[in-house]
Design a protein around this ligand. Sequence first.
Ligand SMILES: *Cc1c(COP(=O)(O)O)cnc(C)c1O
Length: 368
Amino acid sequence: MSTPNIQMVDLLSQYKKIKTEIDEAIHRVLDSAYYINGKEVGEFEAASANYLGVKHAIGCASGTDALQVAMMALNIGPRDEVVTTPFTFVATTETIVLLGAKPVYVDIDPASFNIEPAAIEAAITPRTKAIIPVHLYGHAVDMDPVMAIARKHGIPVIEDTAQAMGCEYKGKKVGGIGEFGCISFYPSKNLGAFGDAGMVVTNDDRLAEKVRMIVNHGSRKRYYHETIGVNSRLDTFQAAILNVKLKYLEQWHQARRSAAAYYNELFKGSDLITPSEASYTRHIYHQYTIRLKNRDQVDATLNEKKIPHAVFYPIPLHLQEAFAGAGKLKGSFPITERIAGEVISLPMHTELTQEQQKILARAVIEAL
Ligand SMILES: *Cc1c(COP(=O)(O)O)cnc(C)c1O
């Protein structure tokens, strides 16, 4: 079967639709020569803060850096523990371990794929310095119980909002619920740059000031360094591109939501589990992820037929070789381990057509 032009993400077609605006924005930066901290950076930070309904938005170099600098602002380091999910992209745990702290995992809720709030409290110890819930695939974590546990124990919450800029929890955009929200603008994210870029958001003035220093070598005033920082600034070119794209983000979320609804319809009556959308969230479908009992067989068949699809993520973080020292044995998080063996993500982007979706759904159902 041929599948012309079907891709997991179609960045080129999206660019072509807004090429004039993007190219003009890039040329403005070229002509200004303010490649670092040009005015576009501040403009994009203000526009993002406004869109998300938060007080402060601080650009940085990637979503991974956003997580790292947020933890640095909370002075997280050796002997500290951070409670998070084992079912996420590696960056969530990598940054904890890089700072010398220990990830403490909590199993997930199989319906939302997100951390199970009811299981968090048992993972808290006197060393717990943060909780990092991840709004995976663009579906919000059930934040009220997470915040209640965090407040009870006086522990800050860092929302990994890498896949969820614009996702809502009870009518409020995620990222601004905990102490920090960490966003990624990796090209394939719902709001994607043309390279690496990220952002930290917060409503706390003091923490915002601290993050602003940390991303710029721990400095408020040039060559005066108050704290140990890093070089993690949002590039002016990326800010200029993101500024153009942010205006389309709501429209793009709607396109993804429509595509998800159409997949759901195409899969009605078939023997697979379509993604659920809890009543507390507005899912933005960064990924459209289905569950199948015979995933590996379907995966192999789709590979053979060259049907685009992906497995996010095949190996939970507690079983990754890199974290063997900080990890746990197989069987420690049974729901995560089962789900990691059942998921397949299908092409999901703003340029997907119903014709393409029909081809994809037919191929998946046949492979079943
Ligand atoms: C993409 C992603 C990150 C890292 O973002 P980068 O911009 O690629 O560094 C972190 N956490 C999750 C859940 C992600 O999906």
